[in-house]
Design a protein around this ligand. Structure first.
Ligand code: GNR
Ligand code: NI
Length: 166
């Protein structure tokens, strides 16, 4: 089932997600729907926050062939090293791309779709995407890394677009 993606500056994107206590059938269904929504968009990642579910769940697939789904339940950054500047986009800020500086390498701990803990070391775009998605779970959007003026202009433009769309 395709889920609706919230768009900046929707205040629900500011909610802080809470940990998942157990991987119930409802959580499994949510993960399946999040993956379907991410692939359809199309995007390389999606945080539960973006579909108005405020639980610590992220799906990601950076593969060319779109057959390498990664699921992160209760993800935590253990380490961040280096700096990298990347042009980022976000399904919650459609049509806008801008440069953001983040850590170049990360170590993340999470649980997979069966609730099994794992650790992952990532660099480059995967590391950037992990940080982008973890931001969402904390109520942050990538435009929060831009200047307040850019963000205010984007918010005004998005509100106007949403008014016109009814
Ligand atoms: O599809 C996406 N592409 C992207 C490109 C550069 C840096 C981050 C991303 S994540 C984004 C999907 C999304 O909005 N995830 O929250
Ligand atoms: Ni995003």
């Amino acid at each position: 089932m395709l889920l609706n993606i919230l768009e900046f500056p929707d205040p629900r994107l500011r909610k802080v997600a809470t940990p998942v206590a157990a991987v119930t059938p409802e959580i499994v269904k949510l993960i399946r729907d999040m993956a379907e929504t991410m692939y359809a968009a199309p995007g390389i990642g999606l945080a539960a926050t973006q579909v108005d579910v405020h639980k610590r769940i992220v799906v990601m697939d950076l593969s060319e062939t779109k057959d390498e789904l990664r699921v992160f339940i209760n993800p935590e950054l253990l380490a961040v090293e280096g700096r990298i500047e990347t042009e980022e986009g976000c399904l919650s800020v459609p049509g806008y791309y801008d440069e953001v500086t983040r850590g170049e390498r990360v170590r993340v701990r999470a649980q997979d779709e069966r609730g099994e803990p794992f650790e992952l070391e990532a660099e480059g775009l995967l590391a950037v995407c992990i940080q982008h998605e973890l931001d969402h779970l904390m109520g942050k959007v990538f435009v929060d890394h831009l200047s307040p003026l850019k963000r205010a202009r984007l918010a005004a433009k998005a509100r106007k677009k949403q008014r016109l769309a009814g």
